[in-house]
Design a protein around this ligand. Structure first.
Ligand code: GLU
Length: 326
């Protein structure tokens, strides 16, 4: 019997983790849920870790165990959650909006009707980091330079394209666009293999710290025409890169840009009790959660219900009603 139990556990664990099959927890059994995040030097990865840590404290009570996966970012996470390969994902609010409407990357697939919002998390800003010696003093100087605009599957790629377009720069014609993951960009910048990179990320981020901490001096470049972007796209807002987190950059003041919000999403197919338990644990342990990353400094419970465009999952609604938040 004991042997059989061990066998079924070892067999089920990797399968559940691999296929992200969240099912109704059966008494005494553990439901494994996987959260898709981003690169390990971003803020999504530690955010997935923070959620998992809070939920796993009570894993015996709920029979739920959260694991975290490093991924290519928002677009990948939405598609993996919709395909049932992941149970939850952290995604940019603009990507949540586009997937729901069937815009941008979802033009051919159409609206993602099973997409469900759970809560929003930290603000993210479109951050442009340039090497001090690359001759980039203004945004217009990006022309002709080698710039990482973001990997396919990331949230930032479209943000970079939008920022460039709003300033009359066609990324296909006017610059040498690279598509590497944000985690690799700081190393490439320090090695002189790229002149600048875009990253849509919360602050402080490990990747941006890494980029500012090397021998090659770097600076943040402001994004002009933000008003044009916020007027055209409902999901963009004015934002700043907070310089206090990056004392080794050569900037003296916060840098103007635009931003979105990181949001926690799932699928309508994920059981109500699983989403309820995760929502409840994060909100009931809100002060502990906030301490897990400096990017959460600005969070409020009510604010975490803002910036969501997909319908809220019924498990989360159940908790928000109980807690008087909705
Ligand atoms: N915003 C990025 C994306 O959606 C990820 C940022 C992070 O990992 O913190 O791809």
């Amino acid at each position: 019997m004991k042997k059989l139990l061990v066998f079924s556990f070892t067999l089920l664990f990797p399968m559940a983790a691999l296929f992200g099959m969240a099912q109704e927890p059966v008494r005494g059994k553990t439901t494994f849920v996987t959260i898709g995040t981003g690169g390990i030097t971003g803020v999504y990865y530690p955010t997935g870790g923070a959620i998992a840590r809070i939920v796993n404290k009570n894993r015996k009570m709920y029979g739920i165990r959260c694991t975290v996966e490093s991924t290519a970012g928002s677009v990948f996470n939405i598609n993996a959650v919709m395909g049932g390969d992941l149970d939850f994902g952290i995604v940019q609010s603009d990507r949540q909006y586009q997937a729901l409407k069937g815009d941008a990357e979802w033009k051919t697939k159409g609206p993602q009707n099973d997409l469900r919002a759970v809560f929003s998390i930290h603000p993210e800003s479109i951050t442009l980091v340039a090497a001090g010696d690359a001759g980039i003093n203004t945004f217009a100087n990006l022309k002709g330079k080698r710039i990482n605009i973001g990997n396919p599957g990331s949230g930032q790629r479209q943000n970079s394209i939008d920022a460039l377009f709003a300033n009359g720069i066609d990324y296909k014609k006017n610059l040498i666009a690279e598509g590497v993951k944000a985690a690799e960009a700081p190393g490439l910048l320090q090695d002189g293999r790229i002149d600048a990179f875009f990253y849509t990320v919360g602050h402080p981020s490990g990747a941006i710290k890494e980029a500012t901490a090397g021998k090659r001096k770097v600076k943040f470049i402001a994004i002009p025409n933000v008003d044009k972007l916020t007027a055209k796209f409902p999901y963009y807002a004015k934002a700043y890169v907070p310089i206090k987190f990056y004392p080794r950059s050569t900037n003296k003041e916060d840098v103007q840009t635009f931003g979105v919000k990181a949001t926690f999403i799932t699928s309508a197919k994920v059981p109500e009790n699983v989403v309820y338990a995760i929502t409840k644990e994060v909100f009931e342990n809100f002060e502990d959660f906030k301490k897990l990353h400096p990017a959460y400094e600005v969070l409020s419970k009510q604010g975490m219900l803002e910036g969501l465009s997909a319908p809220i999952h019924k498990g989360a609604i159940k908790y928000y009603k109980e807690a008087g938040l909705k």
